[in-house]
Design a protein around this ligand. Sequence first.
Ligand code: HEM
Length: 491
Amino acid sequence: PLRRRVPKGLKPPPGPRGLPVVGNALELRKDPHLALTRLSQKYGDVMEVAIGTQPVLVLSGLDTLRQALVRQGEDFMGRPDLPSFRHITDGQSLTFSPDSGDVWKARRKLAQNALKTFSITASPTSSSSCLLEEHVSKEAAYLVTKFLQLMEEEQSFDPYRYLVVSVANVICAMCFGKRYGHDDQELLSLVNVSEQFGDVAAAGNPSDFIPLLRYLPSRAMDLFKDFNKRFIRFLQAIVKEHYETYDKNNIRDITDSLIEQSLEKKEASTAARIPNKKIVNLVNDLFGAGFDTVTTALSWCLMYLVTYPDIQKRIQAELDQTIGRERRPRLSDQGTLPYTEAFILEMFRHSSFLPFTIPHSTTRDTVLNGYYIPKGRCVFINQWQVNHDEKLWKNPHVFNPERFLNAKGTEVNKEDGEKVLVFGLGKRRCIGEFIARRQVFLFLTTLLQQLEFSVRDGRKVDMTPRYGLAIKHKRCEHFQVKQRFPMASLS
Ligand code: HEM
């Protein structure tokens, strides 16, 4: 019914015929990334499905995605106005709100600059190369101690529960200059239940497309609304503290630097055109995007490591050989550990734990691969499909880090690395990619230099993916660690 007239000489994208009222919603109910990958094999890279009565454009195939998101980036950089997104940061989120105009652009630039200043800019006060290295190194070292302590006290443990606090502490340090204890209930009650967010914010949530469903009681929706309220309240309290102790001569963290931008708007600056509230609340986007993604990445790393102990041993051999046991890993070691880096790439590819980007929408009428697409069309980007495309990968379902290495195993093939799609592409590409990749690298190498991970005898981890904004695995409380060598010698 919402189909508009297609201009002469152009055709609408093909797609499966849907049922009345629900469209294709039933086929997408479970694991939509797999269902849409199967459908794309039949209908192609540019395909249209219906969720309820609403048409949704589904894009697959690396070349098609590069065409849409990079070469025709302006056409595809919008965000749809989805009902569930209105609950996120009061509908003012940089990431989820429908704005994709000048205000969004200026906010994105501010967020990028603030992030850079408090992560990779050289640190004047510490022995580390930058603040990011200092924070990650400290949190990772603490995790090693914590895991060993848990082994003594409990003989096994669920690493996720501790990883999430350590990762959250890194982004907290940059955003708020604050660190939380591993038993802080207020922080845990947010970061430990991120699926309350990801279950509803995931691409293809039926109630975003079928109005009738919004009138039915939904536990997932109640939890989502409550999560967002608690999240805003948590951050508002911290921001308030910052205003009260703000000193323009001592900008302590990202929140201070955003306050500074909002107070001292220079006429010609990017901040000049943005309402104050929309500057300071950028910290919500940074904190929200910053903890769950990186935690999920590291948690999948640990799952693969205990599933493939030989791979774990090979990473440790590489660490012993290249870094040794006298000093801790540093960010500058990135680029010298090809097998470790191939493992991280393969974790991103194989898990594809962000199966879709956040939904996009078209900003104007456009044409892609000869198909006509009207303005305002909701667009799903299927990253999972690219990462498992038989045209790009040999045996895509097999976990094999070596696929990224040259024959001698001495170098990562850069081009293959760039085929792995997890951070999106083009105008909406993740702004945290540079810190996310560094964090995963430094946490992982610091943990593996000192610890060997396994699961309790007779137990196995359950790798079954559970769909959401981020794909999670079942928690496993049977993890164990062994210390690889006495720690006293490490500097
Ligand atoms: C957006 C992936 C970590 C900040 C995104 C998107 C993806 C993504 C797929 C959506 C792209 C699109 O809609 O086309 C990841 C992954 C991460 C990660 C896999 C970790 C492994 C981070 C971190 C931060 C961050 C650490 C910040 C501290 C953002 C922001 C956006 C975004 C602000 C919204 C950009 C916009 O809408 O203009 N990320 N991300 N991300 N990410 Fe990340």
